[in-house]
Design a protein. Structure first.
Length: 181
């Protein structure tokens, strides 16, 4: 398992362990770790290292999720991030919402995409989120996996709600703005 020193704020570095030994840590979900990633994480947990260190971001191959663990003196900060199709760069999430609302695709002009993006932006809708939770430093592998699962469920629920908001905006735009343009 590779270790690098990474900067995490001005003047501070932290040992960061890449438990993946490759591209992805897990297959279908964040806790469905590949054999090598699981062995590396178990070794890291059981090593009883002291001081601050962390894992690198551990990505899932089939899900748009990743996790990272920060080991501090008396606790572990579990971080999970998740994202959906892009909303503001290429508008893919808008087209996902159109399909979900109408069961068909239709093309939008750049101006129409921008109108919908502006409404989403005004509503502070996000297409990605990061959540974190502290657990005790001497947590077992199972307790760490449970914390990751819990946060993954919370991030998924949050983004499902955000997608519902995008769908509501697409419906509103279609009924009130597009019809009058």
């Amino acid at each position: 398992m590779d270790m690098t020193m990474e900067k995490y704020r001005i003047g501070h570095e932290i040992p960061t362990y890449n438990i993946a030994d490759g591209d992805y840590c897990s297959h279908w979900g964040l806790t469905d770790l590949y054999k090598d990633a699981e062995a590396n994480l178990r070794d890291l947990i059981n090593s009883h290292k002291t001081g601050e260190f962390r894992t690198g971001w551990c990505d899932s191959k089939k899900e748009l999720q990743s996790f990272r663990l920060w080991f501090f003196n008396n606790e572990i900060m579990v971080e999970v991030r998740e994202w959906m199709d892009d909303l503001y760069e290429d508008g893919d999430l808008i087209y996902d919402a159109i399909w979900s609302c109408f069961g068909k695709e239709f093309e939008l002009s750049e101006e129409e995409e921008n109108e919908i993006m502006d409404i989403c932006s005004d509503g502070d809708i996000v297409d990605g989120v990061k959540m974190q939770k502290k657990i005790k430093r001497d947590a077992t592998y199972s307790e760490i996996m449970n914390a990751i699962d819990e946060l993954a469920n919370e991030t998924s629920k949050f983004l499902e709600d955000e997608f519902e908001r995008v769908k509501n905006i697409v419906m509103y735009w279609n009924e009130h703005i597009r019809e009058t343009s």
